[in-house]
Design a protein around this ligand. Sequence first.
Ligand code: AHR
Length: 545
Amino acid sequence: MKPLTPFSSSRRKFLQQASAAGIACSTNVVFGRFASAQVAPTTSTVRVYVDSRRTIASLDRNLFGSFLEHLGRAIYEGIYEPGSKLSDSNGFRTDVLNEIKKMGVPIIRYPGGNFVSGYNWLDGVGPKQDRPVELDKAWNSLDSNQFGTDEFMAWCKMAGVEPLMGLNLGTGTAEEAAALVEYCNVEKGTKWSNLRRKNGIQLPYKVQKWCLGNEMDGPWQIGHMLATEYGLKAADAARQMRYVDPSLQLVACGSSGPFTPTYLEWDREVLEQCYDYVDALSLHRYFENTPDTTGGDSSKFLAMNLSMEQQIAETLAVCDMVGGRRHSPKKLWLSFDEWNVWYRARSGSDVNGNRQEAPHLLEEVYDLEDALLVGGLINSLLRNADRVKIACLAQLVNVIAPIMTNANGLMRQTIYYPYNWALQYARGRVLNVLTESPTYEVSKMGDVPYVDVAGTVNPEGGKVSLFILNRDLTKPHQVEVNWEDKAPSHLLSSVLLTGEDLKAVNTFDQPQRVAPQALEKPSTAGSRTTVEMPPRSYAVIQWDA
Ligand code: AHR
């Protein structure tokens, strides 16, 4: 089915009329930043237009991947805890493993993060008693190396997860990167494949996706270098790795975020060296509700997903500029392989492991407003599914994570819910949803729609899911969904995250303070469905064809 273009002339006229009426319309490419003065809308009804023939892209489920780093209690005490009553004979925490399996997390980036830039993968393979205890300089922690590449691959297999392997391009060489590919992907008869077999693993893992280093633009990174130096090293590593296995998909390190002084310049210079050798560029972003960023204003914080979209657009512009100048037939895709809210547990003892094993690091406690923004960020990723093919919620367990563990079990933080809903309900093709919403003004961002909607339609069976964020902190909004082709026949589910207190959190003692509720049943008459979205809320509604 050919997707309708988002800017047919009637569509453009529609957008212009809506803009003149002071109503922001959002599609995947326009999200309501109108410079002209706004006329107050006469009604707070939000109109959403859905046409299952009008789609953006087929949804790659890797858009909802995650990340596990050797950091704090993510690996040790998170997914691996020999001796725990909850662990199996491998030392894998079965409660965590089962949860991740049930969620259906498709891909996990490993082993870092900042950690990877000083990591020698050889320390983490072979007989466990021979593995050294290492000083992890990135987080000033001790790593016993009891969990390494082979344990991760075994865990991934049990969890039904694809590995996204990170390589050390800090202290590590291109040769060592290619050796790890050989260890993982060559069947037998070579130095490194034989080592894997000697370590008891006969069949190769066939790892397809690899990250060429981590945040190499950052002065905090072990082995940080200039963009051109990194670009050359990434190209060399890519060439050597592909000599070993030509089928790999490789991600080069893009900027660590728009705050860096080299933002976009880094990306351009890197790609000028390695464009022909890589498939994708990475982006990272952590959002904050601080005096410096949002002025502590929650209504601005809830608009920050639009800033993620701006970052994606800017990065793609650089990728396409470099590709265009080379007359390359290739278009890069993006790997947004670290994203989340993170600002509280970000200094002092929260980032310094004091040379302990499994220290409590980056144990951010998430509240309702964080979960609402995570919902918005999921909507933004969906709207960019044509070019963002991998994205990783950073991270998954204990470290800036939706899942926390203690000796007796696990607890779901607030952000677990929107992430899990994306995993459960987003299927098939991403809809090019058109939304007319009243707006509010946000400093330096212009007019932001109160209501943000994204959706998917599954061509197999025709299920439609809409993901709706109401950023209004005080008022509900009536949402009217107009089915432009065919109204769905019946409602399958409607779930909601909301609450009186934006700062409410879940704890082991009170794990349900922020938890899904039933959304008042949406009602459908003819080609129109209406539903009321309470203030401060994120919801998913799913219908059958
Ligand atoms: O996810 C935590 C850290 O944030 C990662 O190690 C690093 O890549 C980023 O700066």
